[in-house]
Ligand binder design. Structure first.
Ligand code: NAI
Length: 424
């Protein structure tokens, strides 16, 4: 049955969630404090670069509206998802300011609302956040009781940027955290059109399932990269190794691609938040400390390989192919390109960069490097580093070039005159 939903936050998660819910037949109001995101959605455009999202917004325009007015959105709907950002503080701990601010506003609105409203935290938050601080803020500001006067739940999101729409509409599982059956049923009904595998549990457990999933995948990547580094030294191709290892059904081949490490808005931030939160609880997560250390060192190995061929980078032109943290997104948060470009600049290299989607975002951090509108002009540089595996990089002519590859582009591996792969 169609529901009336408001989604707070029109970023990668909120916008995809809202649009997909509309596609499933629900009436959706998207809310953001950024008027340009709201304007863009109401004009039928996606405020973020995500494959298939703009078409889906256009197809479902009659069931989607966007606004900056949270009060009207909550008042006119029965269920509110909180999908605002939960960035890292400088010390790696989680910054919950956006979540708490949204909760204060929602609480005030609930004070005057008679019907049973359900609030669901979709943002990734440290286990215990929703059933303690979020609950407390909502109860304080509404003067009402969670589980009795309003529903409170957690529904962490597992979509991957670049494949977000498909991931949302065909999830491996939907995790529902609710401490009262009424709220659990409401969330279950929302997802019913997808007929997904559902795992229902407590709010706190749902929260830690999300962190554990991300931490495990990050661990798999750092583990693969460490073994990959050893393979390179031993003259073994790490791809063959992980193809062989991944055939073991207990292990699976997923996330065994060696390279320059993980970036993005989730893995680095969530692992650091888990480490920091665990420290506060008196627990030490040794494995995850090593995961982060390996991930920090990995992109810089490319520079070591580059210097085998160009020992002094001062005044040399270095081409960069790929700035986004992964292909098919414009997201550069924690992109491995950031430490690489930063090191190249500090060694006096002239950097010329190309990315099909992420150059505008990267320009905010590095306004002084050269950006070019074609991948082939990057190949004119003294040497080229490949940092993101965009499909179009497979179709370039690398002959006569020095290429240091962090992402295993076969055309470069086969045709570059001098070629170094980070783990192969
Ligand atoms: P984002 O930074 O792209 O978007 C957050 C949006 O919330 C922004 O547009 C911001 O203006 C808006 N916002 C902040 N405070 C607001 C308020 N009080 N009222 C209305 N809007 C407000 O963040 P993203 O990437 O969508 O992440 C959201 C949450 O989902 C985070 O907790 C993240 O860890 C989690 N997540 C992200 C995934 C991803 O791939 N990006 C995947 C799974 C979970």
């Amino acid at each position: 049955m169609s529901k009336s939903l408001s989604i707070i936050g029109c970023g990668y998660v909120g916008c995809v969630t809202g649009t997909c819910f509309a596609d499933m037949g629900h009436e959706v109001t998207l809310v953001d404090i950024d008027p340009s995101r709201v304007y863009s959605i109401n004009e039928g455009h996606s405020p973020i670069y995500e494959s298939g999202l703009e078409d889906l917004i256009k197809e479902n325009r009659k069931r989607i509206c966007a606004t900056t007015d949270l009060r009207t959105a909550v008042n006119n709907t029965d269920i509110t998802f909180i999908a605002v950002g939960t960035p890292s503080n400088v010390d790696g701990s989680i910054n919950l300011t956006y979540v708490f601010n949204a909760c204060k506003e929602i609480g005030e609105i609930l004070r005057e609302k008679d019907s049973f409203h359900v609030i669901i935290v979709k943002s990734t938050v440290f286990p215990g956040t929703t059933d303690t601080q979020v609950r407390q803020i909502l109860e304080e500001h509404s003067g009402k009781k969670a589980g009795i006067d309003f529903g409170l739940g957690a529904n962490p999101e597992f979509l991957r940027e670049g494949n977000a729409v498909q991931d949302f509409l065909s999830p491996d599982r939907v995790v529902i955290g609710a401490d009262d059956p009424r709220t659990a049923n409401v969330i279950r009904d929302i997802y019913a059109p997808l007929n997904p595998q559902i795992f229902t549990t407590s709010i706190r457990t749902a929260e830690i399932i999300k962190y554990t999933s991300n931490a495990f995948l990050a661990t798999k990547i750092s583990f693969a990269n460490e073994i990959g580094n050893l393979c390179k030294t031993l003259g073994v191709d790490s791809k063959d190794v992980f193809d062989g290892v991944g055939m073991d059904s207990r292990i699976s081949p997923a996330f065994f691609r060696t390279g320059i490490g993980f970036g993005g808005s989730c893995f680095p931030k969530d692992v650091c938040a888990l480490l920091s939160g665990a420290r506060d609880c008196g627990e030490k997560l040794n494995v995850l400390n090593a995961v982060i250390a390996t991930n920090e060192a990995q992109p810089l190995r490319l520079l070591g390989l580059l210097k085998r061929h160009l020992p002094n980078l001062k005044g040399k032109t270095i081409g960069i192919l790929g700035l986004a943290f992964k292909p098919d997104t414009d997201d550069i948060r924690e992109s491995r390109a950031i430490p690489v470009v930063s090191s190249l600049c500090s060694e006096g290299a002239e950097v010329i960069a190309y990315d099909p989607a992420a150059m505008d975002n990267f320009r905010h951090i590095f306004p002084h490097i050269t950006y070019t509108s074609s991948a082939s002009s990057v190949l004119e540089a003294d040497a080229v580093l490949i940092l993101t595996e965009w499909k179009e990089f497979e179709y370039l002519d690398y002959s006569g070039k020095i290429v240091i590859d962090g992402r295993r582009i076969e055309a470069a591996r086969n045709h570059a005159t001098i070629y170094e792969g980070v783990c192969w």
